[in-house]
Every structure is written in C-alpha cells, then in structure tokens.
Ligand binder design. Structure first.
Ligand SMILES: NC(=O)c1ccc[n+]([C@@H]2O[C@H](COP(=O)([O-])OP(=O)(O)OC[C@H]3O[C@@H](n4cnc5c(N)ncnc54)[C@H](O)[C@@H]3O)[C@@H](O)[C@H]2O)c1
Ligand SMILES: [Zn+2]
Length: 369
C-alpha cells in the first residue's frame, strides 16, 4: 500500500491522502463509512462504471449504514457540460444535499471533472472524494483539484480549483478498462515522466514491452511514481501560476487538435501527437537534442500511441484553436517545450510558421494549393 500526502495551505489545512492499492475499491465502503459515515453521500458516476463498480459501492455503503444516492450520467465527454450540470444540481437538491454532505466521483476524468465541479459549486462547495477508474484519471486528473466542464467555445473553459478530501486508486479497476482507454491514459504517464523525471522515463522505456492493463503489479508501481510526481508539483504550485504549467507538455497542440477536430480524437491520443510535435518544435528551436526527441517519439510509439497529426486536420480551425489557448497572452501562445527528457522549458513563444511546419501543414498547403 502506498500513501502519498498532498500538503497544501499552512492556514487552513486542505492536505489529503491518495491511497494506491490493488483491491482497495472493495474496502472503500468501510473506509468511507468510518471516516464520513454521518454525511449524506452522493455518488456521481457514468453509465459504464455504474455497471462495473457503482452498484456494488452503493449496496456496500448502504449495508454499512450510509445514506447514499447514486447518480449516473451517459458515458463520454458530452456529459461534461452545463445540461448535465443542471440535471445533477436538480438531483442533489431533491436528494437533500447539505453543506456537510459528501460527493463521491466514481469514474474516469469526465466524471472526476464533472462531479468535482458540482462539489465545488453546489452550496458554495461540499466535500469531494475521488475514486478514479481510468488510468488517465488515476495518474492525472484525480489529484490536484482542477475541476470543470466544457463550453461550446472550448474544452475545460469553465471550472474551479477544488481539492478532494481523499483519493482512492485501485490499479485492479484497470482490468475492465477497454485497451484503447488504457493506452490513452498512458500518454499522461509518458508526459509526467518526460516533463519531470528522467530515471522514471528510463524505467518505463525499459518496461515498454510489459505495459498493459493486466499487469497490475507494474501498473501499481508506475502509478505510485507518477502520482507522487504530480502531488509534488501541485504542492508547490496549486493554482498553476508557475511550475504546474510543465504538466501541460503536449497539451497546447493536443487541446487544439481535440477542439478543431470536433473531439474525434481521444485526449490521450491528442496529447501523444502534441508531445511528438512539441518535441520537434523544441528540436527546431535548438532546445532539445536529436536523440531525446527520438526517444520520446519511440516511447509513444512503443505505447501504441499516434505521433503524427491526422490528415483530416482543418488548418484554419487548428491555428485559431492554438491562438485561443489558455496559456496565450499578448505576445502569443506560449508553449511548454523540452530541454531534455525530464526537464521542461515553459513559457516559450513559438512562431506560427514553425507550428505549421512541425505539424506538416506547410507541405500539405503547397500540394493542395
Ligand atoms: N482535471 C484535470 O486535471 C484533468 C487532467 C487530465 C484530463 N482531464 C479530463 O479527463 C477527461 C478524460 O478522462 P478519461 O480519459 O478518463 O475519459 P472518460 O471519463 O470518458 O472514461 C473513458 C471511458 O472509460 C469508461 N470507464 C471508466 N472506467 C472504467 C473501468 N474501470 N472499466 C471499464 N470502463 C471504464 C468510461 O465509461 C468511458 O467510456 C477529459 O475531459 C479531460 O479534459 C482532466
Ligand atoms: Zn491531459
């Protein structure tokens, strides 16, 4: 069992523990009934996760004497928007939510962001427990307190910082995850390693052939390192005013690919392409050596992730999505680039022509006129 402490705020202690252990999901009802038993509980989950884990959690919490309501929404990114938020507000008000109630997010990153946003805003904030069930959510979104929803104008444009009071991570939950969702989450593992920790990167490189959802022991180890790295970044920069920006490696290109492509690409695929392109940009700007650029691309390919943009990309929509990036300021869009594996160069402005070139948009333009 691994316990990682996320230390925040000297004044009002908002520190919390992330527990990572194969099989912990079966024990969560008992743990929660002990720590939170008197609170009214609302489990927010999706239509897939409720079948695998939601019903069992509900019946065990009820058997432990907890007053619990399970609310499930359709699986998928489309649920991360204001219509679902309003649906859930109505449900929790009808269910008698109070300031001392607890919201439990059981599911992938969509549910973590959505349920977290409900917890951050309803009655100006109630307690939140994260039980992430995708690799992406376990390694990235469940720790750090970023919650939010999408808007027709773009992804994750509405949100808040709302730290959970506990996070329970069960590597065995990955056994039911569709393999492409596992690959998708692995992009964020590669991101954390490439951005922050060269030995960790070398470790996953060595184990590349053994990486799959069934390898619970290896996944538990990878999760421990990746979550500890994320926690240390969040502790130093909770509100993303500095260091935390390095976790956006691959995301400037990635988010623009997602939004300009109508979200046909999964987040992890878009981030994988984003990392490969941003490594090429880093190389072109003389920041990153050829061998580290190649290592990152090879690691992404070994994890069965894409490294080149789809041919169907709409250049105009893509470039305007880049300009809309949350990291843009008066001088243009600022990228998190790489200096070497394990070390980033945040806040680098990149000329539009270099973005087009490394995305392969220049040659396409000239061939098609
Ligand atoms: N808040 C943050 O810091 C942060 C960081 C990264 C990503 N995100 C957000 O996370 C979202 C993507 O998350 P995701 O990739 O987890 O997507 P997701 O939540 O849609 O889950 C992917 C699919 O897996 C299914 N699923 C989940 N757990 C399962 C399990 N154990 N077994 C079987 N099926 C399971 C879900 O029903 C869904 O169909 C995006 O909206 C992204 O913006 C947030
Ligand atoms: Zn991401």
């Amino acid at each position: 069992m691994t316990r990682i402490r996320v230390r925040l705020d000297a004044l009002r202690d908002r520190s919390y523990t992330v527990e990572i252990r194969p099989g912990i999901l079966a024990e969560v009802p008992l743990l929660l009934s002990r720590s939170e038993g008197k609170r009214r509980m609302f489990v927010i989950t999706d239509s897939n996760v409720t079948r695998y884990y939601g019903r069992a959690l509900n019946s065990k919490l009820a058997a432990a004497g907890c007053e619990v309501t399970v609310l499930d929404v359709p699986a998928g990114e489309r649920s991360k928007g204001s219509p679902t938020v309003n649906f859930l507000y109505t449900k929790v008000f009808r269910g008698g939510i109070r300031r001392d109630s607890l919201i439990i997010a059981l599911g992938g990153g969509v549910i973590g962001d959505l349920a977290g946003y409900i917890a951050a805003t309803v009655l100006r904030g109630v307690r939140l427990v994260q039980i992430p069930t995708t690799l992406l959510a376990q390694v990235d979104s469940s720790v750090g307190g970023k919650v939010g929803i999408d808007h027709p104008a773009g992804k994750n444009l509405i949100g808040a910082f709302h730290q959970p009071s506990a996070v329970y991570i069960d590597p065995e939950a990955l056994l039911t995850l569709p393999p492409d969702e596992f690959r998708n989450g692995f992009a964020e593992v590669i991101k954390i390693a490439a951005a922050l920790d060269a030995p960790f990167f070398a470790n996953i490189e060595r184990n590349a052939q053994r990486i799959r959802r069934e390898n619970t022991a290896l996944n538990a180890k990878i999760l421990e390192t990746a979550v500890a790295l994320k926690a240390s970044v969040v502790e130093k920069d909770e509100r993303e005013t500095g260091l935390r920006r390095v976790l956006n490696l691959g995301h400037t290109i990635g988010h623009a690919l997602e939004s300009s492509g109508g979200f046909a690409l999964k987040h992890g695929q878009a981030v994988a392409i984003g990392m490969a392109v941003e490594a090429r940009i880093s190389r072109e700007l003389g920041l990153l050596g050829a061998s580290d650029c190649q290592r990152l691309t090879a690691m992404l390919e070994a994890a069965d992730l894409p490294v080149t943009p789809p041919r169907s990309i709409n250049e105009r929509a893509f470039m305007s999505a880049i300009a809309l990036d949350k990291k843009s300021d008066v001088s243009g869009t600022r990228f998190v680039l790489l200096r070497r594996i394990g070390e980033c160069a945040p806040g680098v402005p990149v000329p539009a022509d270099l973005i087009r070139k490394t995305m392969g948009l220049v040659s396409k333009k000239s061939t098609h006129g």
